[in-house]
Design a binder for this molecule. Structure first.
Ligand code: OGA
Ligand code: FE
Length: 293
C-alpha cells in the first residue's frame, strides 16, 4: 500500500522535510509562551528621517540609515484561543482548514494562476465588508542561506496609510480617486509551505496595544519609486503573540493598514530557543492584498 505521505514525497521532493516533520518523533513542535529577542527600531544617529534601499544601495551608501534596538519580549501562543482575536481590533486573525490546489510554490506564474484566486476568494468570504480584492505581490521565504528571501527578524509594518494610498493609485490609477473615498485595507495572507512551523515562527503584536508613537514611517526606496514602511519602537505595553506549529492549511491574516479603524499589526520572525539544529528551517509564502469595502 502506498501511503499518501509516500505519494506526496515522490512528487514533491522539495518538501520532503515537511512531510517528515509530521511523522518525525525526534521533533517536538514548540508550543506555549516563549521569550525571545526581537529587533526594534532605533533612530538615525544624525537625527535625519529614516530610509532604506529595497535593492542594492547607491555606491557608498549603507542599506539603511537607522539602527537596531534588540529587546527581549514575552510571546504568547494563540493556539487554542484563535477566536478571541479580531482583525478590526488586533489587526490579525486566523483561518483554519483551508485547502489549496497549489502544491509546489516554485513557479510564480503558476502561483498567480492557481493560488491567487484561492486567496482572493478566502478574503472575500472571510473579511467583513470586503467587496473587492486586488492581490499585488507575494514573497516566498526559505531559511536556506541561498534563498532569495529569508524570514525577517525585524519588527515592522509593511505599509503605512500613505503608501497604501500610493499603492491604490499605482495599481488602479483610473479608479483610485473613487476607491480612496471608501474603506481600503492592506492584508497579508501568510502561511507555511513546510508546516508545522518549528523554526523562525512569526510574532505579531495586537494592534490595540501598540501606540501610534511607537510606529515610525520609513522611506522604502525602490529603484524607480519610493514607498513607505514602518519601523517599530520598543514599548513594554505591546502584547506579542505567535501561532505555534502553524500548518499548511492554516492562514494568518496580517493587516498592515485600515483606512477605517486604523488597526495595523507589527510583526517579525523570531529565533525560537526551543528549535533544535536538526529541525527544518521555515518556508512560507505571504500574499499581499488590497481589500476594498
Ligand atoms: C510579512 C512578513 C516575515 C517573515 O508577511 O509581511 O514580514 O519572516 N513576513 O515571514
Ligand atoms: Fe511584513
Amino acid at each position: 500500500m502506498t501511503s499518501s505521505t509516500t505519494t506526496q514525497t515522490s512528487t514533491l521532493p522539495n518538501f520532503k522535510a515537511t512531510l517528515d516533520t509530521t511523522h518525525d518523533t525526534n521533533i517536538e513542535i514548540p508550543r506555549g509562551p516563549v521569550t525571545s529577542s526581537l529587533i526594534f527600531y532605533a533612530p538615525p544617529p544624525d537625527g535625519s528621517a529614516p530610509w532604506n534601499y529595497v535593492e542594492t544601495p547607491p555606491e557608498g551608501s549603507p542599506q539603511r540609515n537607522y539602527g537596531e534596538h534588540p529587546h527581549e519580549v514575552h510571546i504568547e501562543d494563540i493556539r487554542g484561543r484563535e477566536s478571541s482575536f479580531h482583525l478590526n481590533r488586533d489587526a490579525f486573525a486566523t483561518i483554519s482548514g483551508v485547502s489549496s490546489e497549489e502544491k509546489e510554490f516554485t513557479d510564480d506564474d503558476h502561483i498567480k494562476k492557481v493560488y491567487y484566486p484561492e486567496v482572493e476568494k478566502l478574503l472575500l468570504d472571510n473579511i467583513e465588508g470586503a467587496q473587492r480584492v486586488l492581490l499585488f505581490d507575494h514573497t516566498i521565504r526559505r531559511s536556506d542561506p541561498n534563498a532569495a528571501r529569508a524570514p525577517v527578524n525585524r519588527a515592522h509594518i509593511d505599509q503605512t496609510v500613505a503608501s497604501t494610498q500610493l499603492r491604490v493609485q499605482y495599481h488602479l490609477p483610473d479608479e483610485a480617486e473613487e476607491l480612496l473615498k471608501g474603506r481600503y485595507r492592506i492584508i497579508n495572507v501568510w502561511r507555511p509551505l513546510n508546516g508545522p512551523v518549528v523554526a523562525s515562527p512569526l510574532a505579531f503584536a495586537a494592534s490595540h496595544t501598540v501606540k501610534d508613537d511607537s510606529i515610525v514611517p520609513v522611506q522604502h526606496r525602490y529603484p524607480h519609486r519610493t514607498g513607505e514602511t514602518a519601523g517599530v519602537k520598543y514599548d513594554d505595553g505591546m502584547k506579542w503573540y505567535y501561532w505555534s506549529g502553524m500548518t499548511n492549511d492554516e492562514r494568518l491574516l496580517l493587516q498592515c493598514c485600515d483606512s477605517k479603524d486604523g488597526a495595523r499589526v507589527p510583526h517579525s520572525a523570531f529565533v525560537d530557543p526551543r528549535t533544535q539544529p536538526h529541525f527544518p528551517g521555515r518556508e512560507s509564502i505571504e500574499v499581499r492584498a488590497l481589500v476594498f469595502g
